[in-house]
Ligand binder design. Structure first.
Ligand SMILES: NC(=O)c1ccc[n+]([C@@H]2O[C@H](COP(=O)([O-])OP(=O)(O)OC[C@H]3O[C@@H](n4cnc5c(N)ncnc54)[C@H](OP(=O)(O)O)[C@@H]3O)[C@@H](O)[C@H]2O)c1
Length: 342
């Protein structure tokens, strides 16, 4: 029987791109079911992937999620990093004692996990030098998770019994690039800086702009998710639970520098009158411009990916964030034009 995969978030940026990569896998023939809450979006996914089974439902439909998990070998939960009830339902469904071998659960998380202290202290725009390596600093990362009860999903994932459920937690940094899924193809952090720059017709930075995040191209992230799915299908060991926290990255950038590069490119494309960066905003102003922007533009999350590179032979090769800025700016200009024209 082929490996049964239950995937959430297929109409989103991360999940749509990952689905495209997994569905293309020619190493094994997966039997994929996708949770989709919107009927029209479900039809769109079916059109792109006629062999995929669409299951209509919401993350809040916990009995339904539990049942889907029970009937799967691998759950790839990419719709949300913080929906506790669906995560609990997945753990109940996968923990079926009648299974002949452990089930697998690949869960998306986010790198704000590593910025909790700055967020609690309300310190935004400042540089913090600490880089977390997912092998060297594995114990410290584990303590951060267990010391953050608010990160209920992360804690649930790392506390599963590996004899029954083998888990991978992917701590996403800033993700960029254009998703290949049939739904949302746009990320948040860099596109939102570009949108605000274009709308306000000037570049800006949050505070000192010295804070940095690591980053990864979405296609490289999908390659990692696909490698983990293949490893799960092949019952590979040494990759899961307390050994299964992944910090994927392929570069880093200071937010002040990212904002400057966006303004320079917007000016080059004739979209704003000049590329000056005189405007400095505070965290409150950032939050009014874009959801949670003080955190998403103002904190530090520096990661170093060692585990996937050495154990799974993962070799990220996508263009850098700076190389993608012309595309990010022109895509935002098109979006704004479409909104104005509609
Ligand atoms: N983008 C990044 O840079 C980044 C980085 C790190 C972590 N993350 C995290 O990764 C997760 C996915 O991010 P994303 O960028 O892919 O977001 P996205 O583009 O907004 O996609 C979210 C996906 O989840 C689905 N979804 C959300 N709530 C649902 C619900 N209640 N029931 C059923 N489906 C639901 C959405 O369905 P609809 O199409 O129906 O809305 C969509 O398919 C988020 O938790 C995000 O915080 C993102």
């Amino acid at each position: 029987m082929s490996t049964r995969i239950f995937l959430t978030g297929a109409t989103g940026f991360v999940g749509g791109d990952a689905l495209q990569r997994i569905a293309l896998s020619n190493i094994f023939k997966p039997n994929i079911s996708c949770l989709i809450r919107d009927v029209e979006k479900g039809a769109q996914v079916s059109k792109s992937y006629p062999n995929i089974r669409i299951v209509h439902g919401d993350l809040d439909d916990v009995k339904f999620i539990e049942n889907e998990a029970r009937n799967s070998d691998i759950v790839v939960h990419l719709a949300s990093t913080s929906h506790t009830e669906s995560a609990l339902a997945i753990s109940r469904g996968l923990a079926d004692p009648s299974r002949k071998k452990p089930a697998h659960w690949i869960q998306m998380s986010g790198a704000t996990l590593l910025a909790a202290k700055e967020i609690a202290e309300g310190r935004f725009g400042f540089k913090v030098d600490k880089t977390y390596d997912d092998v060297k600093d594995a114990d410290e990362i584990m303590s951060i998770i267990t010391g953050s009860p608010k990160r209920a999903v992360d804690n649930l994932v790392i506390s599963q019994d590996p004899a029954s459920i083998q888990t991978a937690l992917i701590v996403g940094p800033l993700i960029y690039g254009t998703g290949k899924g049939p739904g949302n193809k746009r990320s948040i952090q860099a596109p939102e800086i570009a949108r605000v720059t274009l709308e306000q017709k000037e570049g800006f930075r949050l505070g000192e702009g010295e804070n940095r995040w690591s980053n990864i191209h979405v296609h490289d992230l999908s390659e990692l998710i696909s490698l983990l799915v293949e490893a799960a299908a092949n019952s590979k060991t040494g990759l899961w639970n307390r050994d299964g926290v992944y910090l994927p990255e392929n570069g880093k950038l200071e937010f002040g520098e990212l904002s400057t590069q966006i303004a320079v490119e917007a000016h080059k494309q004739g979209l704003i009158p000049d590329a000056s960066m005189h405007k400095v905003i505070n965290p409150k102003e950032a939050d009014a411009l874009s959801g949670h922007a003080s955190i998403l533009w103002g904190t530090n999350a520096l990661l170093h990916s060692s585990k996937a590179n050495s154990i799974l032979n993962w070799t990220p090769s996508g263009p850098s964030l700076s190389e993608e800025i012309p595309k990010i700016v022109s895509a935002e200009a098109e979006r704004l034009k479409a909104t104005r024209d509609s």
